[in-house]
Ligand binder design. Sequence first.
Ligand code: CO8
Length: 258
Amino acid sequence: MSNYETILTSVEDGIALIQLNRPRVLNAINRPMVTELLDAFEGFDRNDEVKAIVLTGSERAFAAGADIDEMKEDTAVSLELLNQFKEWDRLATIKKPIIGAVNGYCFGGGFELALCADILFAAENAQFGFPEIKLGVMPGAGGTVKLTKLMGQKKALEWLWLGDPMTADEALQYGVINRVIAPELVVDEAKKYARLVASRAPLSTRLIKETVYKSIDYSTYEGMQFERKNFYLLFSSQDQKEGMKAFVEKRPAEFKGK
Ligand code: CO8
């Protein structure tokens, strides 16, 4: 359906699928892929037909990292001038739910991309890691920061310093992913979860996502003030009237996302 070179996209039953598609290099993320990912994510975020987005790779690899060939000659100045993370930062502005489905290798920039998903399901054979230290660098697209916030500073350092892969079960144990699933079912389960979220009130889904991410950086007090404003805001929606009316009338609510 799409004209992209590095990803495949489709929409079925209100669920968009974005699949990384550079299998020859284990879906290594090059700059055109970042541009295409942003185009696809932002397009689906604006598309009323789409209620949630599933992000996946292929059987062997979600993504084995940023494309090393592409960046091996970079300098500090070329990276500063390129300012590629300006594009990457826009991933955090996607409002619809993103469900990640990981098979195989999920390393470096691939792991950082997976961490941009709101919910992460992984196959039993998935491997997560930040091998950047073995290349003489370190994560640059949020890996150090997000891993620390997810698993705590001691555990994050233990993994980041060695750069060795963690299994899906270890990632689950540290709260980095949501579920471990049989490899052949991981995308289906991600789609199933996406359909369930899609059945809930869409404006609530958006504002819950926004509030959860704000709460990571806000104090409890600031977070609760922010939560309250969003709670009030939902009382200006038709879906709040419909949801509460349906409860009183003992019937399922029909949410419109308005
Ligand atoms: N970049 C470019 N090419 C890659 C990459 C990569 N990250 N990973 C694998 N490939 C290529 C290999 O070069 C190989 O190509 P060819 O067939 O032409 O030799 C092909 O994919 C298959 O790979 P292997 O033969 O190595 O497959 P194996 O099953 O033996 O090994 C591994 C799989 C263990 C995943 C191994 O390929 C590997 O270690 N890859 C590199 C992992 C890595 O170091 N990742 C971190 C990269 S640095 C990074 O991500 C910084 C992020 C900064 C932010 C960027 C935001 C976008």
